[in-house]
Design a protein around this ligand. Structure first.
Ligand code: DGL
Length: 266
């Protein structure tokens, strides 16, 4: 069986890249909702509707497990989808839970609330930050952790458009804002799957901090999940789908990742 990997646009490719590195034989279907990207400025109900439609499309492509490689969808839509929409024999998982497990140093099922003496800066889209999900869920699972969230409007647009100079300027601006909100951070979370493209900029802005890239964390987490749930795994090639214009998206993906991927229309 193929595993579905979804993002509003191209950002999820930074996660897929790491998934393919740890699970080289696994079949994936990538879906970018480029027609409706970015999700970051949208309302929660729009994000919910779009994420359900995309997950449904991936189920219809033969995936029984879908990874929302999008923090905005994971923070805003996932919990409600799991409660009221996902069919019993299918699974939809997000990128926020593995990230929080990594930050607090224990798995989701453990409820001991350890003392975590870390100062965490979380960078995300406006909708992700407005949801407050990262701070709320992290505080439920750890004591003592200091967190500040920084919304980064426009950064996804610049990265999707391949405007590297604009993206660099925004990373600098939001990093300065983050330093003012929480001086001396020792962890910077790239809480949007587009941001690893500017990992070097964040690393330069926070030389003392660990920069957390969700691709690595989600890849470890999925590998372990599949050893416990082998029925979701299957070998085969990866397919790339978009709701947008396939020629434009193929060209944008080449700029984005620096390699050629052949996108087909959904
Ligand atoms: N890459 C997505 C995320 O992780 C969303 C970007 C967007 O559509 O605004 O949040």
């Amino acid at each position: 069986l193929a595993i579905g990997v979804f993002d509003s646009g191209l950002g999820g490719l930074t996660v897929l890249d790491r998934l393919q590195a740890v699970l080289p034989d696994q079949a994936f279907v990538y879906l970018g909702d480029n027609k409706n990207a970015p999700y970051g400025p949208r309302s929660p109900s729009e994000i919910l509707d779009l994420t359900i439609a995309a997950s449904d499309a991936l189920f219809r492509q033969g995936c029984n497990l879908v990874i929302l490689a999008c923090n905005t969808a994971s923070a805003v839509a996932l919990r409600l989808m799991q409660e009221v929409w996902v069919p019993a024999d299918r699974r939809v998982l997000g990128v926020l839970v593995p990230m929080i497990e990594d930050v607090v140093g224990q798995s989701w099922e453990q409820t001991s609330r350890p003392l975590v003496d870390r100062k965490v800066l979380f960078f995300g889209t406006p909708a992700t930050v407005a949801s407050g999900a990262f701070t709320r869920e992290t505080r439920l699972r750890a004591r003592g952790v200091q967190i500040a969230e920084v919304a980064c409007p426009g950064l996804v647009d610049a990265l999707e458009a391949g405007d590297s100079a604009m993206a660099d300027a925004l990373v600098e601006q939001f990093s300065t804002q983050g330093r003012a909100q929480l001086p001396g951070a020792d962890v910077a979370v790239l809480g949007c799957t587009h941001y690893p493209l500017k990992q070097a900029g964040f690393a330069a802005a926070f030389p003392e901090a660990a920069i957390l890239h969700q691709g690595d964390i989600v890849a470890r987490s999925l590998r372990s999940y599949l050893t416990r749930h082998t029925r979701f795994a299957g070998q085969g090639p990866t397919r790339y789908l978009t709701t947008g214009d396939r020629v434009e998206v193929t060209a944008a993906a080449a700029r984005f990742l620096g390699r050629d991927l052949d996108f087909k229309h959904l």
